[in-house]
Design a binder for this molecule. Structure first.
Ligand SMILES: Cc1cc2nc3c(=O)[nH]c(=O)nc-3n(C[C@H](O)[C@H](O)[C@H](O)COP(=O)(O)OP(=O)(O)OC[C@H]3O[C@@H](n4cnc5c(N)ncnc54)[C@H](O)[C@@H]3O)c2cc1C
Length: 399
């Protein structure tokens, strides 16, 4: 039985381990945390609709229920030429792990900006979301303030821009403050350096979103680069400063330091792992694969790193490795036809909007009221199906 080593216990790594164990490989998943952090439903922490325990799943339990081994350790080095991975345990012990096939799913890291320490991010650790919650409630108790929401770009690889969660947090906080009857005590501001932030959802859809900002009294500054963050606001390259009591800023993601500094894998300019259309890393003779945010994603200009794509890639890798072993390499599948954007943008009690971008069209479907509950339902389904408590719904996880 071939040994498959999966690095990273996020949405992509867990699905990869799951898909391989279902095909009777000997699977070990290594991650530096003992839980899977479900980013898409973490957006409800600041508005107290979810707590830390609601947005995580213990990896040991997922592993037990789905027949693979979980090891909590930090990956320090990837030596693909020697088919070895160096890991460090919490007690400082170092070990060399070997494999027949390696799937890298350790995601990326946030891009650095001057003064980033004065901001709070929606795409960091659960602790950062808890800090946003506490700061928001501190301001509510104080009687109001200015909250600035923004996201940054990565000119070396635009696929890691995280716009959706920032819009979601903005809408959720707006409706939460309204519910509490204190919205008029707050000024909400949106900022981003791109000329048309959100345009990967479709040009017209982005404009509709700015119209919605006006409707809910959110001012915005777009198209000007951020110079630096300060304790009391954001300074832009045109000299303007937005005063802010709470700056929620989500940088784009960049390649992980392990890929950049401690691996012999081929990388793109931003430090993401190069893959071919089968998700295999070129030059490794199909022994190393990469999925999800870790990989340099190819495809149309609007392509984006997303959780659903990470899952599709994990399943494709399992099927491709199986085909290789059975001598059916010519039947291996490409991930490229699955590069879509599917985003159910939560807007709190108002509902939500479904954005879909495919090779053929860009759709925006408002889902008043029901959108919010559909996202909640997805979260419930995701957790329970990963723990094997409910069956997977064919089509829901497709392909
Ligand atoms: C707030 C938010 C909301 C989102 N909402 C949506 C949505 O609605 N729909 C959607 O499709 N996508 C959404 N996304 C994007 C989606 O969450 C990511 O694309 C997805 O999590 C990528 O999964 P991944 O497994 O590739 O990487 P990650 O989730 O980043 O997982 C990487 C894993 O590797 C581990 N790791 C890192 N370094 C090491 C190391 N040195 N050693 C061992 N382990 C390590 C980490 O702890 C982590 O478990 C959202 C993202 C954010 C931030």
């Amino acid at each position: 039985m071939e040994k498959v080593l999966v690095l990273g216990g996020g949405i992509g790594g867990v699905e990869t381990a799951f898909a391989h164990s279902a095909k009777a490989f000997d699977v070990e998943l290594i991650s530096d945390k003992d839980y899977l952090y479900i980013y898409p439903i973490s957006i409800w922490i600041p508005t107290k609709e979810a707590d830390f325990e609601d947005v995580i799943l213990p990896l040991e339990e997922i592993a037990k229920r789905n027949n693979f081994k979980f090891t909590k350790a930090k990956v320090k080095e990837i030596r693909s030429k020697e088919k070895k991975v160096i890991v460090e345990y919490d007690d400082g012990r170092i070990e060399e792990k070997t494999y027949d096939r390696l799937v890298v799913a350790m995601g990326g890291v946030k891009k650095k900006h001057p003064g980033i320490e004065y901001t709070y991010s929606t795409c960091g650790s659960p602790e950062e979301m808890l800090a946003i919650r506490d700061k928001l409630h501190e301001l509510i108790e104080k009687g109001g303030g200015t909250i600035a929401f923004g996201f940054g770009g990565n000119p070396k690889d635009p696929t890691g821009v995280r716009g959706g969660p920032v819009f979601e947090e903005l809408f959720n906080i707006h409706f939460y403050l309204k519910k509490l009857g204190v919205r008029d005590k707050f000024k909400l501001v949106f900022f981003a350096p791109m000329k048309k932030p959100g345009q990967r959802l479709g040009e017209k859809n982005a404009e509709k979103m700015y119209d919605f900002f006006k409707k809910i009294d959110v001012s915005y500054k777009i198209g000007v680069k951020i110079k630096e963050f300060q304790p009391d606001g954001i300074v832009f390259e045109d000299g303007e400063k937005i005063q802010s009591d709470l700056t929620i800023f989500t940088p784009a993601i960049d390649g992980h330091p392990v890929y950049k500094n401690a691996s012999d894998l081929p990388l793109n300019e931003a430090g993401f792992i190069k893959i071919d259309k089968y998700c295999a890393v070129p030059g490794t003779d199909f022994t190393v694969w990469a999925v999800g945010d870790a990989a340099a994603i190819d495809g149309p200009q609007w392509r984006a790193k997303q959780g659903h794509l990470a899952e599709v890639m994990g399943r494709i890798v399992a099927r491709n490795i199986e085909k290789l072993i059975k001598g059916k390499a010519s039947q291996m599948e490409s991930y490229l036809p699955h590069v879509h954007i599917v985003c159910l943008m939560d807007m709190g009690p108002w509902g939500g909007t479904l954005f879909m971008r495919t090779h053929k069209r860009a759709l925006m479907i408002p889902l008043p009221k029901i959108g919010h509950y559909l996202k909640k339902l997805w979260g419930w389904y995701y957790k329970n199906s990963k723990l094997g408590k409910i069956p997977r719904i064919p089509g829901f996880d497709a392909p």
